[in-house]
Design a protein around this ligand. Structure first.
Ligand SMILES: [Zn+2]
Ligand SMILES: [Zn+2]
Length: 307
């Protein structure tokens, strides 16, 4: 799987950063893309990648601030002409997202040639499952309703230990598949427990996509055991209270979150455009030297990360 960053800036775009949009490529688990937030010109950003709108099946909106949704109407209408015809698109987002979509499409006289299903979140917590993939959304603290989405993939069955099977005179062939798909295999009258001939199951990856927020308790639940946490980090330096006053995250909050959790890697986006690009590199190095235990990247538009 891969995460593609299409927009990594905060509220205002800069020459180098669009506002907020990230795509999860689910291949090889599913031949689908899931989009998290839709910045202005997100469809233009997608044109610079290999991502196909026809394979975009789900959109998760964290909150209704313009830097996260103003690209949505254009994206929806273009999908009609880019292979999306007849293919259901499901959109999740806080209360109000349905009105936003209906209103912008109606006022502009736009028609979609595919069905959309809009699921509005209004409680502290939302849970759903898609083909065994668990999705949990929890409310954050951003002045308006803003959600973080935790995507938890199912574990996969362990690998066959050929040596063990060969010790039983069972050699490679179609029967090996039974040792992956069944609990027991009857081999020449002997009932073999297949789990004894496989490595331990491989845990599924956990990826968390955050909406804008200042620190809050739900963050710890969302990031528990996560492999990748994609988190806003509007403030890379300066006073902590200023970032909290604007309901945003400061790098010190990420350092604190890291120390209270067991996250493998943070990918930090939503970076304020008050930082020049060369300044960001200097700050990144400084943060890394001062916090060697923090595994993080400050991500840029068009970067992709393998999961
Ligand atoms: Zn924002
Ligand atoms: Zn916001």
């Amino acid at each position: 799987m891969k995460v593609h960053f299409l927009g990594t800036g905060a509220g205002l775009p800069s020459k180098f950063r669009h506002t907020q949009s990230t795509i999860l490529e689910l291949n090889p688990i599913k031949q689908e893309y899931w989009l998290f937030d839709a910045c202005e010109a997100v469809q233009h950003q997608i044109l610079h990648t290999n991502i196909k709108l026809s394979k975009l099946t789900r959109i998760f909106i964290t909150h209704l601030h313009g830097d996260h949704i103003f690209g949505l109407p254009g994206l929806l209408t273009s999908r009609s002409f880019q292979g999306g015809e007849g293919k259901l698109l499901t959109i999740y987002g806080p209360k109000g997202i349905k009105t936003f979509i209906e209103m912008t499409l109606n006022v502009s006289g736009s028609h979609l040639n595919y069905p959309i299903e809009v699921i509005e979140l209004s409680e502290n917590e939302f849970n759903t499952a898609i083909d065994g993939i668990q999705i949990k959304a929890l409310l954050l603290d951003h002045g308006i309703d803003s959600y973080g989405y935790r995507i938890e993939f199912p574990e996969t069955i362990g690998n066959i230990i050929q040596e063990k099977l060969e010790n039983k005179q069972i050699y490679p062939g179609p029967i090996y598949q039974l040792f992956k798909s069944q609990e027991y295999v009857d081999y020449n009258g002997e009932l073999l427990r297949t789990k004894d001939f496989r490595t331990d199951n491989i845990p599924g990856k956990i990826i968390v996509f955050f909406g804008d927020t200042k620190p809050c308790n739900n963050e710890l639940i969302l990031v528990s055991n996560a492999d990748i946490v994609i988190h806003e980090c509007t403030y890379l330096d300066g006073p902590l209270d200023l970032s909290h006053k604007y309901y945003h995250t400061h790098i010190q909050d990420i350092i604190a979150l890291n120390s209270q959790s067991n996250v493998k890697q943070f990918l930090l986006n939503h970076i304020s455009n008050r930082y020049l690009e060369e300044e960001i590199e200097v700050l990144k190095n400084k943060i890394q030297v001062e916090n060697p235990e923090l595994n993080f990247q400050l991500v840029n538009d068009f970067e992709s990360y393998e999961i």
